[in-house]
Design a protein around this ligand. Structure first.
Ligand SMILES: [Zn+2]
Length: 145
């Protein structure tokens, strides 16, 4: 859960809890959030940091929002890198033949193993419809390291 300070178009500030930031954005766009004072549903975040757990970099009081966003982005990048390394170590790279190979494994025509490679959105959809279990992962190239 996350609490935000929200502000309506008439500058009433109020607090509201959301499951996460995405939920807040969705409800805000759907105009599901209304001001408890005037009922206005044009809501935006009040200029105050959301009250969520913060990392060590925040504790010294000098780190602002930009630092937090950067730290978060870096954390995501390193998660992506770790994911990529794990996939590379444990799976066979089949490149653009991914869809074909995934099907062969699914239908028992090839050895059962983990593979990774490139698939178009259409391939991914078709595989999913055929019941082939695949996972899309955020891939980052070596040059970003
Ligand atoms: Zn209001």
């Amino acid at each position: 859960m996350i609490v935000f300070d929200l502000k309506c178009a008439k500058d009433h500030v109020f607090e509201a809890w959301f499951r996460d930031n995405a939920t807040f954005e969705k409800q805000r766009r759907a105009k599901d959030i209304s001001c408890p004072v005037c009922g206005e549903n044009k809501i935006k975040k009040a200029p105050m940091a959301p009250n969520i757990a913060v990392g060590a970099t925040e504790k010294n009081g000098t780190a602002g929002k930009a630092t937090k966003d950067t730290a978060m982005a870096e954390k995501m990048m390193s998660t992506c890198r770790a994911l990529r390394d794990a996939v590379e170590k444990n799976s066979d790279y089949v490149g653009p033949r991914f869809a074909e190979e995934a099907r062969r494994i699914h239908y028992g025509e090839a050895d059962k193993r983990s593979i990774y490679g490139e698939a178009s959105d259409r391939d991914a959809r078709e595989l999913h419809e055929e019941g082939v279990s695949i996972t899309a992962i955020p891939w980052i190239s070596r040059t970003d390291s």
